[in-house]
Design a protein. Structure first.
Length: 95
């Protein structure tokens, strides 16, 4: 078994389809982290994106309409963090 297959097998065991995984992507760009997780079939319960470039943010919204947008990382408030905490309560893992 090659290293890639071993990694994917480990991820399958760690993240069962019923697990709750949240992706918090700071400086998200066009959603490369989210796409990478899709390519390895890792299911997400929530996707939070922080990006200041309007075209990149629009690309993310188009590809993943369920995204929770945080905007500029320097303007994330305590209230926003509380909102995320409530929505992803019980998450097994946050990336």
């Amino acid at each position: 078994m090659d290293n890639g297959s071993l990694l994917l097998a480990s991820l399958d065991e760690l993240f069962a389809s019923d697990s709750s995984v949240v992706l918090l992507s700071l400086f998200d760009g066009i959603g490369g982290a989210r796409r990478s997780l899709e390519l390895i079939s890792l299911p997400l319960s929530m996707y939070v994106s922080s990006e200041v470039d309007p075209l990149a943010a629009r690309t993310v919204r188009y590809g993943w309409p369920d995204v929770l947008e945080a905007g500029d990382v320097t303007s994330i408030t305590k209230e926003f963090i509380r909102t995320v905490q409530v929505k992803c309560a019980g998450a097994r893992f946050v990336l």
